[in-house]
Each structure stands twice: as C-alpha cells, then as structure tokens.
Design a protein around this ligand. Structure first.
Ligand code: NAD
Ligand code: UD1
Length: 337
C-alpha cells in the first residue's frame, strides 16, 4: 500500500496524518471541499515535510467530482476523515449532518467498489459508546444512543461499513474510535482552527490564554470524579496521526473488519488540563464554574490494550506536550490559518 486517499485531508486530523504518511514513505492524495479548512494547509504540509502532497478540491458528496479523483489516481487505501463534526451544530442542522456524513461515505463505498479499492480506515468517535456503563471503554462495549445527530452519523456509518464488509469479505475496514484529540504540530504551522466560539475544551483554553476570551467556563464541578469536573482521554493529534499509519500496516494482514480505540488510556479532568496548560506555558488561565453542559458524561477514557497489541502503537506525548503545542499554534495563528 502506497497511495493513500485522504478525504478531509486539509482538516485538523487529516493534515497531521498527511504529514505522518509522508514521513513514513506513503503518498497521500488529499481530497477536501474546504468547508472547514483552508487550501493554505497544503503549503504548510509542504513546508514541514519538504514534499507537496497531491490535493483535489472536491466534495465527496458530488459523485462525479469524487469519481474524477479515482479516475486520475491509483489508490491503494483510503482514510476517510471528511465529515461535519460540530456536536451542537448537528442538533440544529441534523439534515445537513446526516446528508453530508452519510452521502460522502456511501459515495466512497460505491467508488471503492467500482475501482477495486479494498482498504479503508474510518474516523469514528468514542461518542458511539453513548453514556458509558463502565470505564475504561473497551471496543466490545455496547454502541448506541448517541446524545446528538453527529454521534448518530458515526453509529450509522459504522453499521453501514460492517454490512458492506459482510457483503464483500475481501474488504478490509478499520473503525477507529478517537477519544479527545488535542495539540498541534510542534512547528506551530498546523492545528485546530475552529470557527466562532470553540465548543471543545482545548481550543477554548487557548483562546482564553491569548486574551481572545475573558475566562474559561468549566461545565460542572459536581461530577462524581476526583475534583468534581469531567474526565476525558486527551490524545495528542500527532499520536493519533501515527495510529493511522499503524492501522494501514494492520490492514495489510487482510483482517476484515477491525475496531480500535485510539486514546491514551489515561483520564484527565477539566481542572487537571487547565493546570497542565498553566504549567506547560507559564500562564494563568482564569476560569469560572458553570452548570453542567447537557449531554456530557462524568468520565470517559479508553482501554487501549487492543490497539497496543494489534497495531503495535501507543501514544507517546502527554497532555503537557499537547498544551505546549496547542498554545504555540494559537499564538502563531491568532486568527486561524
Ligand atoms: P475537521 O473539520 O478539521 O476536518 C474534516 C475535513 O473534512 C474538513 O477539512 C472539511 O472541510 C472536510 N469535509 C467535510 N465534509 C466534506 C465533504 N463532503 N467532502 C470533502 N471534504 C469534506 O475535523 P477533524 O477534527 O480533523 O476530524 C476528522 C474526522 O475525525 C471527522 O470525521 C470527525 O468526525 C472525526 N472525529 C474528530 C474528533 C475531534 O475531536 N476532532 C473526535 C472524534 C472523531
Ligand atoms: C465532544 C463531543 C464528542 C466529540 C468530541 C470531539 C459532546 C457531548 N461530545 O466531546 O461527540 O467527538 O467533542 O472532540 O459534545 N468543557 C468545559 N468547558 C468548555 C468546553 C468543555 O468545561 O468550554 C468540559 C466538558 O464538560 C468535558 C470536557 O471539558 O468535561 C471536554 O469537552 P469537549 O472538549 O467538548 O469534548 P467532549 O465533550 O468529551
């Protein structure tokens, strides 16, 4: 496997994965409709790696435009990042979320069949576990009852991919359930660039740290956790990117359908992340305690034993590293990329 189609390739995780692919001798072919990223990312990948990846501006929901990429390129495997991902927005725009996330995936499956492409890595999410009955979460734990349409799209796509693989056992498909990706490329050139008010904790902390927002709102300090704030499994985006390279190697064994949690296996509370950020960057992050955010769970972290054993991969960076990298990116790109 050498030529890897990367849908959503100019996005936060896609761009970092493109770098990991280039550094490991692959040839990434990026496809993105630029709905949530900028073409400038392609230049920055070139600056970092010295190689300019192939880039197509195309919408995966536009079958003809997407087919054009398959016609022009030889594709050995696909990593499918393209999708809409804002949880809150998915509640107000469910039709857009279902149609974009499902249609892009169905088109991809049609084209993979038409062009005989057998290997696929899909970006799923820990959100598919809904409210966990136990932590750490294992891959065999029940899936269902996401708290929002975004999460439902991930559950539906997992099901579609399982069915497609059952119908064509020559397909090799990995469902990767990411926990909470944070951090940025250490160069400060690539990172998370959310539009408007950030929903997620790390981008919010970064914007408070540079003075763009007054204070962090901590959603709830009355959870049954060690300091009362929510616990999550924060994984550095570059570790996550390398997890994709490891998964491509795993697909070479022709495993059929496989599922992996990609996390660190360690839980960090909101206040612990705030303190890690302060320690990493020598800066104070003012915060206030607000009520709980609806749909949030107390605690969520991964059991990573299966990924470590079968992918021969594990996270290398800790939250302090991720806080340094995220802040560097924020300072270098105060108005985004
Ligand atoms: P992102 O928004 O930065 O990247 C997604 C990219 O897909 C964007 O560049 C966007 O322009 C593109 N895109 C969207 N719809 C498209 C379409 N129809 N055709 C072509 N391109 C399209 O998001 P990310 O954080 O890099 O996430 C990548 C994937 O990982 C998504 O599927 C997301 O749901 C999943 N995921 C992300 C997280 C997270 O916290 N970031 C957690 C779990 C899962
Ligand atoms: C959320 C989504 C999840 C998605 C993930 C992407 C929900 C319920 N889940 O996960 O589907 O895959 O983002 O990364 O929305 N927090 C604050 N203040 C803030 C922001 C967050 O205290 O301003 C707290 C939250 O209550 C939570 C933790 O920080 O305890 C992490 O929140 P966030 O970064 O939004 O991620 P998740 O909610 O875990």
């Amino acid at each position: 496997m050498k030529n890897i189609l990367v849908t959503g390739g100019t996005g936060f995780i896609g761009s970092e994965t493109a770098i990991a692919l280039l550094e490991n001798g692959y040839r990434p072919i990026l496809v993105d409709n630029l709905s949530n990223s900028k073409e400038e990312v392609v230049d920055r990948i070139e600056t970092i790696t010295g190689t300019r990846p192939v880039f197509y501006k195309a919408d995966c929901c536009d079958l003809a435009a997407f087919r054009d990429v398959f016609e022009k390129e030889t594709i050995d495997g696909v990593i499918h990042f393209a999708g809409l991902k804002a949880v809150g927005e998915s509640v107000s725009k469910p039709i857009e979320y279902y149609s974009n996330n499902l249609e892009s995936t169905l088109n991809l499956l049609l084209l993979m069949r038409e062009f005989g492409v057998k290997n696929l890595v899909f970006s799923s999410s820990a959100t598919v576990y809904g409210v966990p009955k136990r932590v750490p979460l294992k891959e065999e734990d029940p899936v269902g009852n996401a708290t929002n349409p975004y999460g439902e799209t991930k559950i539906m796509i997992e099901r579609i991919l399982e069915d497609a693989q059952k119908a064509d056992p020559s397909l090799n498909i990995a469902l990767l359930r990411y926990f909470n990706p944070i951090g940025a490329h250490p160069s400060g050139l690539l990172g998370e660039d959310p539009n408007g008010i950030p929903n997620n904790l790390m981008p919010y902390i970064c914007q408070v740290a540079v003075g763009k927002r007054k204070e962090l709102h901590v959603f709830g300090d009355d959870y049954p956790t060690r300091d009362g704030t929510g616990i999550r499994d924060y994984i550095h985006v570059f570790d996550l990117a390398e997890g994709h390279v490891a998964t491509l190697k795993r697909l070479e064994d022709k495993p059929g359908l496989v599922v992996y949690n990609l996390g660190t296996g360690k839980g960090t509370s909101v206040l612990e992340l705030v303190h890690a950020f302060e320690e990493a960057n020598g800066i104070k992050v003012p915060y206030v305690i607000d009520p709980r955010r609806s749909g949030d769970v107390a605690e969520n972290f991964a059991d990573v034993a299966k990924a470590e054993k079968e992918l021969h991969w594990r996270s290398r960076f800790n939250v302090v590293d991720a806080c340094k990298d995220a802040y560097r990116f924020q300072k270098k790109n105060p108005n985004g990329i």
